[in-house]
Design a protein around this ligand. Structure first.
Ligand code: COA
Length: 166
């Protein structure tokens, strides 16, 4: 996306990125912030230490995503061998609809290819409609057999992008 750079997060950005992730999730319908998940979403510093956090930056910070390189990370969510994951993709609500989310997802796909992963897996709640549109248009397919329920009120739908070795 012109004017927007996607790059690894810097420590001075953890707090703002956490607020952006939380406000993006707060703007959604659905009951996904129950049970302390708001604190988890905001804790970008922890994710940066245990996975890879990328940010989209224009004139200011616009969005954030956690790339999970493999299933050894505590942020791996049902990853199989050879798979990487995407967690907590979020764009500041006032910056949505301008291609920032797609730029962050594309960077994750590129990173997974760079690491020669066989697939990129993510989970998403049914009410995350913009995200589902984005995943479908980026080539992800639904894998209902890998859906799961971390808590009864939050069903998580699996989407996967198969990556060829070349
Ligand atoms: C999902 C999210 C990251 C997308 O970010 P974004 O910057 O708005 O996305 P983009 O501008 O790159 O748009 C991506 C596509 O989604 C489409 N889209 C945007 N809002 C939409 C909506 N409400 N319904 C359907 N499609 C929508 C866009 O039209 C675009 O498709 P196109 O390129 O074919 O026109 C953002 O909406 C968000 O932060 N949502 C809240 C958190 C969330 O749901 N995260 C997903 C976790 S799994």
């Amino acid at each position: 996306m012109p004017g927007v750079q996607v790059r690894p997060i810097e420590p001075g950005e953890y707090e703002l990125a956490g607020r952006i992730v939380l406000s993006a999730y707060e703007s959604l319908p659905g009951n996904h912030l129950a049970g302390g998940y708001a604190e988890v979403l905001s804790d970008v510093g922890r994710r940066a230490g245990e996975a890879e956090v990328l940010v989209a930056v224009g004139l200011e910070l616009l969005g954030c995503v956690t790339f999970v390189p493999d299933n050894s990370s505590p942020w791996a969510e049902l990853l199989g061998p050879g798979e990487a994951g995407v967690r907590m993709l979020a764009v500041e609500p006032s910056a949505q609809g301008r291609g920032v989310g797609r730029a962050l997802l594309t960077a994750c796909i590129e990173r997974a290819r760079q690491l020669r992963r066989e697939g990129l897996l993510l989970h998403s709640a049914p009410w995350m409609e913009a995200a589902h549109h984005l995943y479908g248009s980026a080539g992800f397919v639904r894998l209902p057999e890998r859906d799961w329920f971390p808590v009864p009120e939050v069903p998580l739908m699996a989407f996967c992008l198969a990556l060829s070795p070349d």
